[in-house]
Design a protein around this ligand. Structure first.
Ligand SMILES: C[S@@+](CC[C@H](N)C(=O)[O-])C[C@H]1O[C@@H](n2cnc3c(N)ncnc32)[C@H](O)[C@@H]1O
Length: 283
């Protein structure tokens, strides 16, 4: 059984690195909040006015607003694919992913997990990272990568060729639906489930579905703790990114996972940033 003190001790280095990066880069987050309002009001904002951390969000906002002027959001616009690719390369996105997989593997080791589940695998950035980490530690916990989109899985499954000593399976799972029997048959407990930037596209109810298969979870998503929304929230809503309010998420997590640890609480407390970005919970 995992206890918080043990976990904190084991995570201390990873946590220190994440929190110091976030404190350094997010302290002026209000500049971006104000700039996004100016953009929404049709005023010009230069990239240099906002902290580097938010430059990708700035580019997103520009495109979303531009498309709105031209009649609505279009996923086929080539600028979108370029932006996703650029976003995945930012120091924050890399650190976020590295931290999520590091924590997940640590939990798996602590609890003797028999399965790892990844949801919303997307381009397989986290999947690859997890496979690299397991290979370098010479361990191989069966990893089930899932997504609601079949094309995503057709791509992720190719990672098997790169990591022949690992046990990678894929499964189509829209987390808004209860996990099907096929998925349940593929897993053995204890199960560590992790994700990044995917439940923000789903509904709160997905936590009920996740609770049916996971014993430990690592959620990397923005959870709004204050209820305060800014222009950037409204803009990103247009591309399907829904603000997740922690007051709604927390009771659902606690229903299935009574032990909860907000990994980056200090960032929220010290900077007043409305959201947290990493939550760990376990049964
Ligand atoms: C922004 S991408 C994140 C990809 C990956 N987790 C990462 O961090 O690089 C979001 C992914 O979530 C998936 N997704 C969206 N809604 C979902 C749902 N209801 N159930 C499962 N996956 C979903 C999308 O298909 C997409 O691959």
């Amino acid at each position: 059984m995992i206890n918080t003190k043990d976990l904190e001790e084991k995570l201390s280095k990873v946590q220190e690195r994440y929190i110091s990066f976030m404190l350094e880069n997010l302290k002026d987050w209000r500049l971006w909040a104000e700039a996004s309002q100016k953009m929404a009001d049709g005023k010009k904002v230069n990239k240099e006015e906002i902290p580097d951390f938010f430059h990708t969000e700035y580019e997103w906002a520009k495109i979303v607003l531009d498309m709105e002027d031209q009649g609505g959001f279009n996923w086929q616009d080539p600028r979108i694919a370029n932006l996703f690719a650029a976003a995945a390369q930012t120091p924050f996105y890399k650190l976020w992913g590295d931290t999520i997989t590091e924590i997940s593997l640590l939990l798996a080791e602590m609890a003797g997990a028999k399965t790892l589940i990844e949801i919303g695998a997307g381009r397989g950035n986290l999947t690859r990272d997890m496979l690299i980490k397991m290979s370098s530690k010479n361990i191989s916990v069966p990893l089930l990568a899932s997504d609601a989109n079949e094309a995503v899985l057709n791509n992720v499954v190719k990672l098997r060729d790169e990591f022949p000593n690992q046990q990678l399976q894929t499964h189509l799972w829209d987390v808004n639906n209860v996990p099907d029997d096929g998925l349940k048959k593929q897993i053995k407990g204890p199960v560590v489930l992790y994700e990044r930037a995917s439940i923000t596209y789903a509904t709160y109810g997905c936590l009920e579905n996740i609770g049916q298969v996971a014993d430990m979870i690592v959620l990397g998503d923005y959870f709004n703790c204050t209820g305060e929304l800014f222009a950037y929230d409204t803009m990103f809503d247009k591309i399907g990114v829904k603000p997740l309010f922690y007051k709604d998420v927390e009771p659902l997590i606690l229903k299935y996972f009574p032990n909860q640890y907000v990994f980056d609480r200090e960032v929220h407390d010290s900077t007043g940033l409305p959201n947290i970005s990493l939550v760990i919970a376990w049964k």
